[in-house]
Design a protein around this ligand. Sequence first.
Ligand code: BGC
Length: 832
Amino acid sequence: MGAPDAPHRTQRGGTAVTDADQSRDRIREDAVETALGKLDLDTKTRLLAGQDMWSLPALPGIGLGSLVMSDGPIGVRGVRWSADDPSVALPSPSALAASWDPGLARRAGRLLAQEARRKGVHVVLAPTVNLHRTPLGGRHFECYSEDPCLTGAIGAGYVNGVQDGGVGTTVKHFVANDAETERFTVDCVIAPRPLRELYLAPFEAIVAGARPWGVMTSYNRVNGTSMTENQYLVNEVLRGEWGFDGYNVSDWMAARSTTADILGGLDVAMPGPQTVYGPALAAAVRAGEVPEAAVDGAVRNVLRLAARAGLLDGAPAAVSEPPAELDGQALARELAVRGFVLVRNAGGALPFDPAAPRSVALSGAAARDARVLGGGSATVFPERVVSPLDGLTAALPEGALSYSVGADPSEEPVPADKGFELRAVCRDASGTVLGEGGLPSGQVQWIGDDLPEGATYETMASIEVTGTFVPRESGEHTFGTRGLGAFTLAVGGRTRWEGVQEMGGEADPFEAFFGAPRERARLFLTEGEPVEVSLTYQVPDMSALPLKAIMFSLLHLGPRLDPDELIAQAARAAREADTAVVVVATTDRVESEGYDRRDLTLPGRQDDLVRAVAAANPNTVVVVNAGSPVEMPWREDVAAILLTWFPGQEGGAALADVLLGHAEPGGRLPTTWPAALADAPVTEVIPTDGRLEYEEGLFIGYRAYEKHGVTPAYPFGHGLGYTDWAYESLEVTADTARVRLTNTGTRPGREVVQIYLAPVADAVPRPASWLAAFAGVAAGPGESVEVRIPLPARAFEIWDETAHGWRRIGGTYEVRASHSHADTRLSATLDL
Ligand code: BGC
């Protein structure tokens, strides 16, 4: 008999609270009250405001240490935004959700707690549990799924894992931060049912199943009220109804009103040192605008967090003994394998037959320069990155692999990287060097006090990014800049451009970070011949700014080779090989925090590359390196398609494991992949007059495809392994589904049994079917396995907009045991 995973429950009961826990909670609460009683108003309000970009002040008088926070979710960056302080980079959250394995998410969380402790971080700013409402969402890669049940289960696993390690989390972004356009101000207009049944549901499940120590409120408004000021959703729903007892921190720079924020239940305003809390909050209390009890409530929440994290003297930390050390590199590789989704495998093209010696023609720019993570605050700097080219070179016999670029989707300059040796030199107004530091790329990102030693914002007049560049190819090279302010660019000892970049149209405070790259100079360079490069930035006066930061980049783009010739080369290599592998990818300008996507097409000539390679070799495997859906118009013309998401630092090694059959691709789609953007249920992310109406109500993801009778390219829950499963029996009661299945193939494997409910003759408007629960099972060839999957009561309920409460809907349900939303293997009838 094979082994089922521990069954997963969506509602209450994820973490059992023991008597010992309760007694520790009581001692901790007493310590919190004692500490609170010793603080005066000014100290209390100071504690609620960031002292810098990432931390809260220490208060030695009451034995309180300084709480340090750091992003999340795929690694822990620490307080430095640079490669000198590397972090393990796990696969993107959409990949983690594709594992459909909350236990695996828990192990990921434990590794992150280990990383956090190593870096002196007490709270990881993660997980991101907004929904995949539309594939255009720029942070799609950073969220889990289009389905609230799957999102809640993975999120709860992750939070439990981080907190097992004695480190806090902030479940984010509460709530409805499902797209990036006008993200600081957009008003998301959502009816009560979809708000409850879809967007709030993962937060509710995580509060119930993992008791998170924190929540981060988002930039946007919901139904007219800014989320940092939202008394109803924060005080009444999150704290009142759900019993959340953690701290509520603003998204970075989201807190905009002293009075409305504190009354709206916001405990901490980040980042600092200039915030709407601190002295402004103390003044509001003294002016009678804010009751001191509101400040006390917020301080209590911060002290409780500190106590849990072991930062308050006299209070027992939540975890006295962290779990056993994990091997980050090994876990990153395992997670990648478990998240890869094999959506097509015609004629069993994969895995490669170990008995037949074979030659492999690899192509695609991302095969060499892999995109292992998505851009924005989720960025970390891994110590190493295994590209598909590295992974396959190591795994295949010598001489078996050829590589050609085929098509390069980066049409814009990116931070200077391959071939550059750079450092940053900070000077004062007289040109005297104040300090300098090494740079892993042309990107300078110094936030708060994170400056090279010797430099300060007050004394620095200029920063020069300088060093040498050894071209990988001869031809016309492009140099550029990103960032706002005055620059001078020199290459080969001559000034090539001097000018000022002003703020663009969108008043996003992070424009310097996410803004468009600008081309500044082109010149012919020769392969292997070093040239001097230098970009000097004039540091503006920052004394009036709430947040001091330096963000600009030296950009570079290699010679544009003839695209037809590149494709022809790849097709020629494919024709001569037994198998062709094409890696296609999105770019940082397509998928990132800070902006939404405009379309789902693969950038550049990548579609043409796939078509040409597939025409040259019927044994073509396409590897998709993207955090969210892309259109694949050639999908019926290739042998196999493997979705690898942003696979983290070990992605290339994991790819070799799966292609060569050392491991089975374990993923199932956490989100429906449309054949074309027009088929996606929601295709509008641009607010009208500042409002984004969630007009589709309950119908996002597979709920919408089913309602509109649209067939997607690949349905929710779909994913092929390397074995086959026969579903043999299904027995259901109102709270359990029991499924028996057998591995009928020749290899061991893992199946995700998905339980959907479909009401027969529904009395209320509801989707035609929805995911109620799921469980993973593993079995060897010929083995059978039986799994008992609890059905949560909530799966049978709707939010009653008139009674303002949950209502169980009786009647007859078809209960389906399925391989995917579109592939039901067994069904049974249940009368409620
Ligand atoms: C992002 C958050 C992140 C924070 C700190 C914000 O812009 O929306 O997800 O945690 O920055 O980096």
